[in-house]
Design a protein around this ligand. Structure first.
Ligand code: FES
Length: 349
């Protein structure tokens, strides 16, 4: 059966089509399609999952009564009201729902955060912890990023979220080498907010290279430098779900001190049989041209000659990402299984 959900987000009409198996609830079918319907009690009581059945026949309610779409007209509203958590389609149906988000879609929110920590992890890499207001934790998917709006800067600064979704404290990793003026400025401003106990404003979430749901296939994660932050969020999220498929992390840095959380990655590897970690440190003094860009791809290709069934996330410079995409797709990885936020904002030139 095919189900259709019509909705509006920010006054923009949306339409989602997905399949539903016999005996499957609307909620379960939507979840399989990575479509997020509002859900709370799952018992037909809170009405948060209220929808209008515009066409088709369903069984609905705790007693699974047969309900047919009925067009009531303007005064009675359009369609027949049902609770989607307790609805099992009998035929193809069309529903109207408020507040629905498709794969990769979450509302971007502006939130004032308290700065809890600005500390060097190793070398010039800092850990920044931001605390969200109680009861106002905005949703994000593992692997997404945020925009930090600092009063003294005209432009927002974008950083991957290194913590997993659902936590009140959001962690960032910021590389602030002496020559990275902008990053040093951000660290200076955040340190001032920490000392003065003033709040900073963030917008989130952003980014399509993220996990809307746990993938049902092996995962290969390739990170360069602080690109590790995005992978950390993905890994900690999946490990918290007892994900059972293999996860392989390839982390490349230019010098040893840039591998700022090697012990954490090693701990994941020691504690979880399905997790494998390969650190790669470039000998940057003696390396020629862009050879360090290929180091990550070469290591992945050597360990994973069969890539057809894998899902790959890459975080690094545009050059590194495009060279990884070329190498891996040439070796058989379908392009649709290659994810990087670079693809959304950078071109090859
Ligand atoms: S989730 Fe509460 S009524 Fe459906």
């Amino acid at each position: 059966m095919q189900l259709e959900i019509v909705s509006k987000i920010d006054n923009e009409p949306r339409r989602y089509l997905f399949d539903c198996m016999t005996g499957e609830s609307v909620h379960a079918a939507a979840e399989r399609a990575s479509i997020r319907l509002p859900l709370s009690c799952k018992n037909g009581v809170c009405h948060i999952c209220r929808a209008n059945l515009l066409s088709g026949t369903v069984q609905s309610g705790n007693q699974r009564q047969l309900v047919k779409a009925e067009l009531k007209g303007a005064e009675g509203g359009l369609g027949t009201e049902i609770m989607l958590c307790k609805t099992w389609p009998e035929t193809s149906c069309v529903f109207e729902v408020r507040n629905i988000y498709g794969p990769g879609e979450l509302p971007v929110k502006t939130i004032a955060c308290q700065v809890l920590k600005v500390e060097v992890i190793k070398g010039h890499v800092y850990q920044v912890d931001l605390q969200l207001p109680a009861g106002k934790i905005p949703e994000h998917f593992a692997g997404q990023y945020l925009a930090l709006n600092l009063a003294e800067r005209e432009e927002p600064a974008f950083f991957s979220i290194a913590s997993r979704p659902g936590l009140r404290t959001i962690t960032l990793h910021i590389q602030a080498d002496p020559h990275l003026e902008s990053a040093r400025e951000v660290i200076h401003m955040l340190s001032s907010s920490l000392a003065d106990k003033t709040v900073v404003s963030v917008n989130l979430p952003f980014g399509e290279a993220c996990l809307v749901k746990a993938p049902e296939k092996p995962l290969i994660l390739m990170a360069a430098g602080t690109g590790f932050a995005q992978m950390k969020s993905i890994i900690e999220h999946l490990l918290s779900l007892d994900y059972s498929h293999p996860i392989a992390l390839y982390w490349g840095v230019r010098k040893q001190e840039d591998m700022y959380l090697q012990g954490l990655a090693q701990d994941w590897s020691d504690l979880h049989e399905n997790f494998q970690f390969k650190p790669l440190i470039a000998d940057i003094e003696n390396i020629k041209d862009n050879a360090h860009h290929n180091q990550l791809s070469d290591a992945v290709l050597e360990a994973h000659p069969e890539l057809e069934n894998s899902m790959v996330f890459v975080s690094g410079s545009p050059k590194l990402v495009f060279s990884a995409m070329d190498a891996l797709t040439e070796a058989g990885l379908p392009e649709t299984q290659f994810y990087s936020d670079v693809l959304a904002y950078a071109s090859r030139d």
